[in-house]
Design a protein around this ligand. Structure first.
Ligand code: IFM
Length: 420
């Protein structure tokens, strides 16, 4: 890598999602988090003496720990719903010029067909606050939870959700389109479909290949219609999805490994993108993982791992970015991050990923932005609060924010390449 360069108008920022940071939500997830069965299972798990051993000891330095029930209930989360101004002040102080966040469907349409104007106004204020601070809003319309009434109608498994989604999108976009250019209809649709409908680890906890396929197909259809709705309202809007993709590396070059690699790539990376090929203006790429292919799939072992045991492999982002060139669309890295409560590896992680991104830019890949996951520590779905993904640490008892050293390192890089 000879040069480490970024275009002047590159977007630099961080990502969040509503359910993970806002607090005070009421949706299918909040009901699941508090459901009797979930609590009973957690109590059993927490009591198991071997459970503690699954975690690196240092994560018990901060509250809540995986042994506390409250860890698993999103509750007030980071209270970002009330503190967004303060949080955006921090993002600005860190040199960011863009920010990705999501709109919570259950706030906008808490009952079927009844739209809450005050909540739409809330997000208008969020966007205004970003613009006032010179941060370009990147808005995700759905980042996993659904309103409870919609869950009761079958959620993403029912094709009824397609017109409901497009009506919700139309309502939101027709109010907010004046101030937003970049829209993501869906966040990581296949991660959601797989964990919720195939592996049964997230609500509604199904384990059925048929449900998984049906949900994936509904997500594709919903995206395509939402894309057309947004473009009708705002022809110059830039619309895409945030897609979680992994790098697959063959250990040895042989036919079986080649076929497994192709299949893995197609299933995880390209099937969805190909299906919406004509309905996206950019590619939103969430990069976290990679696989070694050797008569099966395994994780590449790396020297550095995150608190969640994820191996950290920055070159993978480069290989994926090169592969995505074939779509001939601008690429935004819409997520990339790690759980690292002591902030031991985050600076290294950011610098290394940015070097590899710069390398891809150098080779002609059209990459226009990087959003670190995440601005704040937040509620990591079924794992809860203990994984610390933030550039900014959150004390969940006092809601105090503390900027981590890696956030300043990131700022230094931004400062070197941005306009200001
Ligand atoms: O926290 C999640 C986010 O909601 C979606 N992408 C991956 C992140 C880390 O697991």
């Amino acid at each position: 890598m000879e040069k480490f360069g970024f275009p002047k108008n590159f977007f630099w920022g961080a990502s969040t999602s509503a359910h993970q940071v806002e607090g005070g939500n009421h949706n299918d997830w909040t009901e699941w988090e508090r459901s009797e069965l979930r609590i009973k299972n957690l109590e059993l798990r927490i009591k198991d003496p071997n459970f503690r051993k699954r975690f690196p000891p240092h994560i018990f330095e901060k509250l809540p720990t995986p042994l506390d029930l409250e860890n698993y209930i999103s509750g007030n989360a980071c209270d970002h719903y009330n503190r967004f101004q303060e949080d955006f002040d921090i993002a600005k102080s860190l040199g960011h010029n863009a920010h990705r966040f999501s709109i919570e469907w259950s706030r906008i349409e808490p009952e079927e067909g009844k739209f809450n104007e005050a909540e739409i106004e809330h997000y208008r204020q969020v966007i205004k606050a970003l613009r006032e601070r010179g941060l370009e809003p990147f808005v995700t319309l759905w980042h996993w939870p659904v309103p409870v009434w919609l869950r009761d109608k079958g959620g993403w498994k029912s094709k009824k959700i397609i017109p409901y989604f497009s009506r919700y999108v139309e309502r939101v976009v027709s109010v907010l389109n004046q101030d937003v250019v970049f829209w993501m209809t869906l966040n990581e649709p296949l991660v959601f479909a797989k964990i919720s409908y195939l592996e049964g680890r997230w609500p509604p906890q199904e384990k059925s290949i048929f449900s998984y396929l049906r949900v994936s197909s509904n997500l594709i259809k919903a995206h395509k219609i939402a894309y057309s709705v947004i473009k009708r309202i705002h022809p110059n809007a830039q619309v895409g999805i945030a897609h979680n993709m992994s790098f697959f590396e063959m250990e040895k070059n042989n036919f079986v490994n080649w076929a497994l690699k192709r299949f893995g790539e197609w299933r995880k990376n390209y099937a969805f993108l190909n299906a919406i090929r004509e309905h996206q203006d950019f590619i939103g790429f969430n990069y976290y993982s990679h696989y070694r292919v050797n008569f099966g799939y395994s994780k590449i072992e790396t020297e550095k791992i995150s608190d969640m045991g994820w191996s950290l492999y920055p070159p993978g982002i480069y290989y994926m970015l090169r592969a995505l060139k074939k779509y001939n669309k601008p690429i935004y890295i819409t997520e990339n991050g790690l759980a690292d409560s002591r902030d031991n590896n985050r600076s290294w992680f950011i610098v290394e990923h940015l070097k590899w991104i710069a390398e891809a830019i150098q080779e002609g890949v059209d990459i226009r932005g990087y959003f670190h996951w995440s601005l704040l520590d937040n509620f990591e779905w079924s794992d809860g609060f203990w994984p610390r993904f933030g550039l900014v640490e959150v004390d969940y008892r006092t809601m105090e924010r503390k900027i981590r050293p890696s956030a300043w390192e990131y700022k230094k890089i931004i400062g070197k390449y941005s306009n200001e």
